[in-house]
Design a protein around this ligand. Structure first.
Ligand code: ATP
Ligand code: MG
Length: 309
């Protein structure tokens, strides 16, 4: 636009000069100087006007480029004085809001489908496979009655293996979908996890709960439960901690879950390994619009905070 304007003004001035030159051609150098000055002035005014006009657009582009698509959008409207740019910003904000709503909706669907599937697998394990193992155990018991003494040891060992498989299976079914969460609610389910950790690993666990999770919707409760489960499992497996403290604070529809251990700690940037636990927790938190904060360093224990709005 600047170039086109400058060319147009030049042509106009040259034409005017030619016309003027017919009457008075005595001082060509002055005419040339004025011509150059007018062209320069046209150029500068053009650049200044265009910059003023486009600066808010550049500013808007900057703000759009700074947005992290994986995070919840925080696009504030600045109320731009240029009407078109203000409209553009408003429609961009509406678009972001739409994307955000859709992400949250599909996230909830994913969570629900995943939990439903786990519930189904847990039920099948419990009802089908467990029944078959029970039948095997009963038959082994019957077999033990008529087995000659020299083979009895073998049958007893088989019984022990079948019982062990049953325990592992029930444990797995419980991990997949703890009935405590469905039957008794979030708090007893978390308490059961904490007691389980104490029994398994001998770590001393402290549990602090405030508020009533009754107003938290099912997805939020599931996310809180799953994050607590993974964090406690990590504390048991990796931390070599003496104590773990789990605090859940619920107020209305929001909640904060904090799990601290006094174990070996780790560098969250460097040594995350191939595990899926931490990434899974971050992902789950995001699906309900929450965030996960992980603080740990070698020798200083680990603290994990989940905030659900
Ligand atoms: N509380 C903790 N104390 C010390 N190290 C930890 C703790 N939590 C996690 N880590 C470290 O971070 C790594 C990644 O943890 P993450 O839960 O993602 O994977 P994982 O536990 O190894 O495997 P997965 O959870 O998939 O079964 C772990 O291997 C461990 O080195
Ligand atoms: Mg883990």
């Amino acid at each position: 636009m600047v170039a086109a304007n400058v060319v147009l003004v030049t042509l106009t001035l040259v034409a005017a000069g030619l016309v003027g030159g017919l009457e008075n051609s005595s001082d060509d150098r002055w005419q040339l100087l004025i011509l150059v000055l007018v062209i320069l002035l046209t150029f500068c005014v053009n650049v200044w006007m265009l910059q003023r006009r486009f600066a808010p657009l550049e500013h808007l582009i900057d703000r759009i480029e700074r947005i992290d698509p994986s995070e919840r959008s925080t696009f504030e409207l600045a109320g731009d004085p240029v009407a078109e740019i203000d409209r553009l910003a408003q429609s961009f904000r509406r678009l972001l809001q739409g994307v955000d709503d859709e992400r949250r909706r599909s996230g909830k669907l994913v969570l629900r489908a995943q939990e439903e599937e786990r519930r189904r697998v847990a039920r099948d394990l419990h009802d089908e496979v467990n029944q078959s193992l029970t039948a095997i155990l009963l038959r082994l018991e019957a077999l033990a009655q008529d087995t000659p003494a020299e083979r009895l040891e073998e049958v007893v060992e088989l019984k022990r293996l079948a019982t062990q498989a049953m325990d592992e299976l029930l444990n797995l079914a419980r991990q997949l979908r703890p009935t405590a969460l469905d039957d008794h609610g979030l708090l007893p389910a978390i308490e059961a996890q904490v007691r389980g950790l104490e029994e398994r690993s001998g770590i001393q666990a402290r549990l602090e709960i405030s508020g009533d999770p009754a107003f938290l919707d099912e997805e939020k409760q599931t996310v809180i439960y799953r994050v607590a489960q993974e964090a406690l499992a990590n504390a048991g497996r990796h931390a070599h901690a003496r104590t773990v403290a789990l605090a859940l604070e619920v107020s209305g529809e929001a909640a904060e879950l904090r799990i601290r251990d006094d174990g070996v700690g780790f560098d969250p940037v460097v040594s995350r390994g191939d595990g899926l636990g931490l990434d899974g927790m971050v992902e789950r938190a995001r699906l309900v619009g929450g965030e996960l904060d992980l603080r740990s360093s070698p020798g200083a224990g680990t603290e994990l905070t989940l905030r659900v709005p």
